[in-house]
Design a protein around this ligand. Structure first.
Ligand SMILES: NC(=O)c1ccc[n+]([C@@H]2O[C@H](COP(=O)([O-])OP(=O)(O)OC[C@H]3O[C@@H](n4cnc5c(N)ncnc54)[C@H](OP(=O)(O)O)[C@@H]3O)[C@@H](O)[C@H]2O)c1
Length: 342
C-alpha cells in the first residue's frame, strides 16, 4: 500500500497546513485530522497511529493544522480541492470549527446524521466520491450500551442542549423509551426537542429548565451530562445538575441533595473526561450509581468512523468494540494519557 501512494499529491495538501514541514517527511497512505491545531494532541494522534497498526491497517495518522483563517469554510474548501483521489489521504477526521463546513461544502456527501445535523466529523473517499458522516452521537450511544446495557425503552435525561447534546439526542431518539432535555437556557432545550421530534416523529422527547430537572431526574434511568459544567477550567468542581451561579459549595450541596432523593441506583454518563471524574460523577458514584465518563464517547466515535468510513474494507469483520478497545489500549500506553476534548 505504501508503494502505491502519490506523495506529490499529499504535498499539495501539506502545503495548506501550518505544520507542513513536520508532515513532508512522511509518506504513504494516511488519515488526516483537520483542525486549528491537532498536532498539539500528541497522545491522541499517537494512539490512532498505534491502534491502526494493532488492527493491521497500514496508514499513518496525520495532524493537519490548517493555517488560521477567518473563514473556516474557505480553508477547508482549499484542502478538499488539493485532496486528489490518488493522494494516499484516505479520509479526514474533522474538528471544530470545520464540522459545519464539511456538510455545507459537500451537501450531497452527507449521510443520515451528518445531513440531519448539518455537521460532520469524518470525510472519506469511497469509489471516487466523498462521503461525510457524524459519528459523535453514535459514539455516545455505543458507549452507553457498552457501559449500561441496551437503551431500548429506557428513560434518559440529557443535561445540556448544545452541539454534543444535539448529536446524542439524534442518536438515542430511535431507541430510547423517553428523552427529557434539561438546559440552563430552557428555550434551547425546547428548540432541540422540537428539532429532534421533526427528525424522529415517533420518539418521546420533551424539554425542561434546570429548575425542572429534579422531577425529570426522579424518573430517569440514564442521565447524560452534555454540558461543559464540571470540565477542567473555570467550571471544574461544579455539578451540571444545579446552577453555576451558586458558589461551588452550594452547587455541590444542591446536587448532592438531588442525588440523595433518588430511590434506586441509576446510571450517569458524561461527555467530559478531563478531569477523569467530574463532581457529578463522583457524587453519583459515592451513592452507588453506575458512572461512565466521556472518554468512551470519544473512543467509540473514532472507532465508528474508522470502521464505517475510513477503513471499511480492512475493518469489515472487526467489531466496533474491538476497534474502540484498540484505541483505548493505545491511549493508555501513552505517557500523557488523554486526548483533548473537541
Ligand atoms: N467526549 C467527546 O467525544 C466529546 C464530543 C463532543 C463534545 N464534548 C464535550 O462536551 C462539552 C459540550 O460541548 P458542546 O459542543 O455541546 O458545547 P456547546 O454547543 O457550546 O454547548 C454547551 C452546553 O453547556 C451548557 N453550559 C455551558 N456553561 C454552562 C454553565 N455555566 N451553566 C450551565 N450550563 C452551561 C450550555 O448551556 P446554555 O445553552 O444555557 O448556554 C450548553 O447546553 C464540551 O466540554 C466538549 O468538550 C466531548
Amino acid at each position: 500500500m505504501l508503494e502505491s501512494c502519490r506523495v506529490s499529491s499529499l504535498d499539495a495538501v501539506f502545503s495548506l497546513c501550518a505544520n507542513a514541514d513536520d508532515l513532508r517527511g512522511r509518506t504513504g497512505r494516511a488519515v488526516g485530522i483537520v483542525g486549528p491545531n491537532p498536532s498539539a494532541n500528541g497522545a491522541q494522534n499517537r494512539a490512532w497511529a498505534e491502534a491502526l497498526k494493532a488492527l493491521g491497517v497500514d496508514a499513518a495518522y496525520l495532524p493537519l493544522d490548517l493555517a488560521p483563517s477567518p473563514d473556516p469554510s474557505a480553508a477547508l474548501a482549499r484542502l478538499l480541492a488539493a485532496w486528489e483521489p490518488a493522494s494516499g489521504l484516505v479520509g479526514l477526521k474533522v474538528a471544530p470549527p470545520y464540522k459545519e463546513a464539511c456538510v455545507a461544502l459537500r451537501p450531497d456527501a452527507a449521510d443520515g446524521a451528518a445531513k440531519r445535523l448539518g455537521c460532520a466529523n469524518t470525510l472519506a473517499r469511497r469509489d471516487g466520491r466523498t462521503v461525510s458522516a457524524n459519528t459523535d452521537g453514535e459514539g455516545m450511544r455505543l458507549h452507553l450500551e457498552e457501559s449500561f446495557g441496551p437503551l431500548a425503552g429506557r428513560a434518559i435525561l440529557i443535561v445540556g442542549a448544545g452541539g454534543a447534546a444535539t448529536g446524542i439526542v439524534d442518536a438515542l431518539a430511535a431507541s430510547a423509551g423517553r428523552i427529557v432535555i434539561a438546559n440552563r437556557t430552557e428555550a434551547k432545550a425546547a428548540a432541540l426537542a422540537a428539532f429532534a421530534l421533526r427528525n424522529h416523529p415517533a420518539a418521546k422527547i420533551s424539554a425542561v429548565s434546570l429548575a425542572g430537572l429534579g422531577a425529570a431526574l426522579a424518573g430517569a434511568e440514564v442521565v447524560v451530562n452534555t454540558t461543559s459544567v464540571g470540565r477542567q477550567g473555570p467550571l471544574e468542581g461544579f455539578s451540571a445538575l444545579c446552577p453555576t451561579e451558586l458558589s461551588p459549595a452550594d452547587n455541590a450541596a444542591a446536587s448532592a441533595l438531588l442525588l440523595d432523593g433518588l430511590k434506586r441506583p441509576i446510571a450517569f454518563a458524561s461527555t467530559l473526561y478531563r478531569p477523569e471524574r467530574e463532581l457529578l460523577l463522583r457524587q453519583a458514584e459515592e451513592r452507588g450509581h453506575r458512572v461512565a465518563n466521556g472518554l468512551g464517547m470519544w473512543l467509540y466515535q473514532a472507532a465508528a468512523a474508522a470502521k464505517d468510513l475510513l477503513f471499511p474494507d480492512e475493518l469489515a469483520t472487526v467489531p466496533v468494540g474491538r476497534v474502540a478497545a484498540a484505541l483505548r489500549a493505545a491511549l493508555e500506553a501513552q505517557e500523557t494519557p488523554r486526548p483533548h476534548a473537541h
